[in-house]
Design a protein around this ligand. Structure first.
Ligand code: NCD
Length: 330
């Protein structure tokens, strides 16, 4: 049986699964983070904590035996696809995969909703990455099985944000009270759009660091204001490094620029160096959804606060939790 943990103060306590409260997620889609309530978010966190030992290869599980996940990745991915597939395999489930549009019926002109209606006949859940914002919603409307957004263009990447939040809990013990620097391409970066919506449920202070042209979209910022989240916007990375408990670096999203000369202007705009960290804030936690393309110097990796590879492992646990919840298995 799956062990479930809940957060009491700063400590996780183990308990028997409470079946009554556990079916709420069954059949749900995860398309963006805004609709998730704080209790739903915390439920995902506690189930992820319960399966962390399986993600870390310390325990085995066949919780999802007999279930099939269809993984449809129409845009490049290494981590997210392998993370979902690993999560499914380690819980005893199976995976069917399409990578790239060339090998799929989309290349023949099939609509997204027809693809969804076909794939639901094969699989119990579908995870999709697509270059067009809203494409995954379109598939979710057509499919009767749970659909998970693994990144839709520059829009959202909810499971990355959930694993980022889980990592903050693991690294810092508690989210309330944290000062969090969110750095890089806040305009096109989908992970940050999803992440700040989750953080808005907590008493955090955000330092949004980006070039003026790559600021967090107005509607996301207004949302933060409406929810009373404390935030500042700056172009200077050191403003965040000086005060933040956590700095979340992101890459400039080259593939979203129509004009590659524009991209060239920004590509090396922020580099978090070991010197900068040691000078200002040696204890801070450093995160990145990866891939990094120069935003964090390689010698930062040896610092205790460098959490980006632990983030990857946490991601498997969070995706296990999401799959188990949506398939009604916890
Ligand atoms: C992110 C993505 O795809 O949005 N990568 C990931 O899923 N870990 C971040 C990025 O590509 O910059």
């Amino acid at each position: 049986m799956l062990r479930v943990y809940y957060l009491e103060g700063k400590r996780y306590k183990s308990c028997e699964p409470n079946i009554k409260n556990m079916t709420d997620f069954k059949g749900m889609d995860i398309l963006n983070t805004k609709p998730l309530s704080k209790s739903e978010i915390e439920r995902i966190m506690e189930v992820a904590d319960g399966v962390l030992a399986v993600a870390r290869k310390e325990e085995e599980s066949d919780l999802l035996k007999g279930k099939i996940l269809a993984s449809l990745f129409y845009e490049p991915s290494t981590r997210t696809r392998l993370s979902f597939e690993t999560a499914m395999h380690r819980l005893g489930g199976d995976v069917i995969t399409v990578v790239g549009t060339e090998s799929s019926s989309l290349a023949k002109g099939e609509t997204l909703s027809d693809t969804a209606k076909v794939v639901e006949k094969f699989a119990d859940a579908i995870v999709v990455r697509h270059g067009k914002p809203g494409a995954v919603d379109e598939m979710a409307r057509a499919a009767d099985v749970p659909v998970i957004n693994a990144g839709d263009g520059d829009h959202e990447h909810p499971t990355q944000a959930l694993l980022d939040l889980f990592t903050m809990i693991k690294e810092r013990g508690i989210v309330d009270g944290l000062k969090i620097g969110v750095v890089g391409d806040l305009k096109y970066g989908r992970t940050v759009h999803s992440l700040v919506q989750l953080l808005a449920h907590y008493d955090v202070e955000l330092i949004l660091v980006s070039p003026d042209q790559l600021k967090m979209p107005g509607e996301v910022v207004s949302e933060l204001s409406e929810k009373g989240v404390k935030y500042t916007e700056t172009e200077d990375l050191e403003d965040a490094v000086k005060v933040a408990d956590v700095v979340y670096m992101t890459r400039i999203q080259q593939e979203r620029f129509n004009d590659q000369n524009e991209f060239e202007k920004f590509k090396n705009v922020y580099v978090l160096t070991r010197e900068m960290i040691e000078k200002h804030n040696a204890k801070m936690t450093i995160m990145h959804p990866l891939p990094r393309v120069g935003e964090i110097s390689l010698n930062v990796d040896e610092l205790e606060g460098a959490a980006y590879f632990r983030q990857v492992e946490n991601g498997v646990a969070v995706r296990m939790a999401i799959l188990a919840l949506l398939l009604g298995k916890v």
